[in-house]
Design a binder for this molecule. Structure first.
Ligand code: SF4
Ligand code: SF4
Length: 346
């Protein structure tokens, strides 16, 4: 077996990483969306420094990174994101853009030139609901941008955060996404428990409403039966899309969304998901801080990827692997890649 493959596989059995197949890069804390369940846009913007980017690119090459996921905030708000993407691609590292989609049309040329695939956050199928959740009236703009990018041959997927406000629109979101250039759609449950990912990131300044008291949080107990029935109807009405992979989750996986919400009321048990995110990836904050995944805390002294195997980072990897981290028991966004995927590349 080639040395490179041995190094990729050694990640799966050891807490000291020799390779880093996936890097999630928060390029900026700026965002042009105004989402009701996020406070990132309420604080002054900070962009990732270009010197730090150069350092990360160099380290990524050494660590045989296969894919970089550009995120934020909104990655396309970083003034130099195309040049950042180009630097990774110059080393054969694929670029995946996670975006709210507002600038897809305006920045189409740069996206088509520098990006291998995009995932668009799509939380609604109607302009009214989109505006209520996202705070801007932009559904048509996002869909138009998806069509432009997709027609140019870039792989487009959508991701929907399922919450009380939009669970009834799930079937329509699938139809709208696929009709507007998405190759596939996926869903995850809203999570407002954890401060490190989709909940408030700026605790001391947060003016976010309490999720359990509005439409942007988990389903209420009284809505569970309706959600369950909706899912079962979806498995029949969209059977073809499940079969051909256009809906990325299987029916079994989507039933876990119901279990997740129902477990809040003791109506179902939620089994912790399979995940090896901290052994195959890292999340790098806008100032260079490292997190083993979206939800585990950043390590205290990290400045850049040189700290990938700092004792604190290794301890976090070891703890989640031994099922000692409480964040994992109700994680809404696990990531698992087995040996075959690691060898074939992201
Ligand atoms: S959830 Fe995402 S798109 Fe919405 S304001 Fe926050 S960072 Fe921007
Ligand atoms: S299950 Fe979730 S919290 Fe736990 S390591 Fe995986 S991504 Fe992180």
């Amino acid at each position: 077996m080639k040395m490179q493959n041995v190094l990729y596989l050694s990640n799966l059995s050891k807490d000291h990483l020799h390779t880093l197949p996936l890097i999630v890069l928060y390029l900026t804390d700026g965002c042009n969306s105004r989402c009701a369940m996020c406070d990132i846009w309420r604080v002054p913007r900070q962009n990732m420094d270009m010197e730090l980017v150069h350092h990360i690119v160099k380290s990524a090459r050494r660590l045989r990174t296969q894919m970089v996921l550009l995120s934020g905030g909104e990655a396309t708000q970083h003034p130099h994101w195309p040049s950042i993407a180009a630097q990774f691609r110059a080393h054969n590292i694929k670029v995946w853009l996670l975006t709210n989609g507002l600038l897809l049309k305006k920045q189409a040329e740069a996206i088509i030139e520098h990006v291998d695939r995009i995932t668009v956050s799509l939380d609604a199928a109607t302009p009214e609901l989109y505006q209520r959740i996202r705070g801007v009236d932009a559904l048509d703009l996002v869909l138009e941008g998806m069509r432009v990018i997709s027609n140019a041959g870039v792989h487009v997927t959508t991701r929907t955060t399922v919450m009380r406000a939009n669970f009834r629109q799930m079937p329509f979101i699938i139809d709208v996404a696929l009709a507007n250039g998405a190759q596939s759609v996926s869903f995850l449950a809203v999570d407002s428990d954890n401060p490190y990912a989709f909940g408030p990131r700026f605790e001391e300044q947060s003016t976010l409403p309490i999720a359990s008291e509005n439409d942007f949080g988990p389903l209420k107990e009284a809505e569970l039966a309706e959600f369950q029935a909706l899912l079962e109807r979806l498995f029949i009405s969209h059977a073809e899309h499940f079969a051909n992979g256009q809906i990325e989750e299987s029916p079994t996986k989507l039933r876990r969304l119901y279990d997740y919400f129902a477990s809040l009321y003791g109506k179902a048990s939620f089994t912790p998901p399979r995940c090896n995110a901290p052994h195959i990836s890292v999340v790098i904050g806008v100032d260079g801080t490292l997190q083993p995944c979206y939800f585990l805390p950043p390590i205290s002294e990290s400045k850049n990827l040189d700290d990938l195997n700092q004792p604190e980072m290794i301890a976090l990897r070891s703890a989640y692997r031994r099922k000692q981290r409480p964040e994992c028991s109700r994680c809404v966004c696990p990531l698992y890649r087995g040996p075959r995927t690691l060898l074939q590349g992201f």
